[in-house]
Structure formats: C-alpha cells, structure tokens
Write a protein that binds this ligand. Structure first.
Ligand code: AMP
Length: 250
C-alpha cells in the first residue's frame, strides 16, 4: 500500500503515519525528518537547506524529489510506504507520478487531514509555550513567526494538491480536529471503504456484464441468430421510413 498524508504543519500527519505503520507494516517517509537528518549531519545537502528550513519556506523541488526517489528504491519500502510531508507542490506531485510509473507502482490513496487553521495555530502556540516553559528543545522552525510562514506556504503551494488528487480520484478527507484515536479510526474507515469499492464493485460488475452477454448468445439457436442479423443489416440499409415499416412488420 502506498499512501500520502496531506495537511498543514501541526495537523498530526506524523502521529497518524505512526498509527498506519503499526497497523499495515508500512514505512513512514517523512521528507522533513530526512532533511533535518541531513542538516544535523552537516552534509552538503544539509548545508544547502538549513537556512531555508529555518525560515519556514519550502526547499527546492528537485532536491526533495531526489531524496524521495532514492528512498523509495530501498528494500524496506517495497512492501509499501506512507509519504508524510511530500509532495508539497504540484511539480513534486507530477514528479512523484513519473517516479511511480517508472517503477510500475501506484498510489492507493491520499488522506487529507482537514483542520481549522485558527484552532491549529492556538494548539501549536500553546505547545511551543509549554515546551519553552519546561526548558525542552524546540525545532529551529518551531516559533510562531516561522509557523505563520509555514502555514502560508501550505496554503499557497500545497493546498492546490487537494484539487490535483481529487481529480485523480485518490483524495479521502478526514476531520483532523478530532482526537488522535478518532482521526486514526476515520482513516481506517476511508481505507477500508476504498478496498471495498475496489473489490466489491469494479470486478464483479465487469464479470456479470461479460457473462450475461455470452449466455444470451449461447441460448439462441444458430438459425435464429442468423435471421436476426439479416433483419438488422437490411433495416440499417433502408431509408428511415422503410426501416420503420420493417420494424412494424416484425
Ligand atoms: P516538516 O517536518 O514536514 O514540517 O518539514 C519541515 C521543513 O522541511 C519544511 O518547512 C520545509 O522547509 C522542508 N520540507 C519538508 N518536506 C518538504 C517538501 N516536500 N518540499 C519542500 N520542502 C520540504
């Protein structure tokens, strides 16, 4: 299973990804975590993105796409993965589509965590204040000013992905303002519904259609089928009025 978790910073994507890891045995691919690890290790990539991340802006598409492509090719991602924090622009989503089709892979669903931005801001600001009061270390981009910029980046560059994935028939939206357990349950239901739809609707319908057409054909004796065919072709050849008469004669 390959999923995307979509939502603004602080919506709970990381927490929900962990639930999905535990339930489905997938790996969580968080571009934020990968970039922070690069910054911490002071790799050339880390040095390139450090100031961008601290400002709350998005890192260049080609940089992020390259690290995701490298990651999904590793053996532990074969069973499936959850993309957390990627894609964040339409260009990244298009690059992901190309990447997946190159590897013969498909996305199962895109889960959007819908949140109320004002409530989200209050929630994050109180968490920041709490952590500061306790003397705990904060992320470089964990301050109210940068948070506003990260939310603006989401609105302007990432939110268009909602329409993008809705058009692709992959979007499932859940209410991200509920408790962690309730959101996790909503996600499970959305994924189960999708599985039901895939197994319960598509395949049997196609089967029934095909089978009944074949049975109808087999039940008619050959002479009868020939007679019907002749009538159909001669009616088609005649001008409209005489075709109507032929129909009435029948
Ligand atoms: P996150 O932990 O997902 O909130 O990401 C933290 C920061 O890493 C973001 O504010 C961006 O600067 C950068 N980042 C993470 N993922 C991406 C991405 N897909 N595209 C661009 N920048 C990203």
């Amino acid at each position: 299973m390959r999923l995307i978790l979509l939502g603004p910073p602080g919506a709970g994507k990381g927490t929900q990804a962990q639930h999905l890891v535990a339930k489905y045995g997938l790996v969580q691919l968080s571009t934020g975590d990968m970039l922070r690890a690069a910054v911490k290790a002071a790799t050339p990539l880390g040095r390139q993105v450090e100031h961008i991340m601290a400002s709350g802006a998005l890192c260049p598409d080609d940089v992020v796409v390259a690290i995701v492509e490298d990651r999904i090719e590793r053996p532990d991602a074969r069973k499936g993965f959850i993309l957390d924090g990627f894609p964040r622009t339409v260009a990244q989503a298009e690059a992901l589509d190309r990447m997946l089709s190159k590897h013969g892979l498909e996305l199962e669903a895109v889960i959007e965590l819908r949140v109320n931005e004002a409530a989200l801001l209050r929630r994050i600001e109180s968490r920041i204040a709490e952590m500061t009061a306790q003397g705990r270390q904060l992320r470089a981009d964990d301050n109210p000013e940068v948070l506003h910029r990260r939310l603006a980046a989401y609105r302007e560059q990432t939110a268009p992905l909602i329409t993008y994935y809705r058009r692709h028939g992959l979007l499932r939206s859940v209410d991200g303002m509920q408790t962690v357990e309730e959101v996790a349950a909503q996600i499970r239901r959305a994924l189960d519904e999708k599985t039901d739809r895939a197994t319960g609707a598509k395949a049997p319908n196609r089967q029934i259609g095909k089978k009944s057409a074949l049975l109808r054909k087999r039940r008619q004796p050959k002479a009868e089928r020939k007679k019907r065919k002749t009538l159909r072709t001669s009616a088609a050849r005649k001008p409209k009025s005489s075709a109507k008469q032929a129909k009435r004669r029948r």
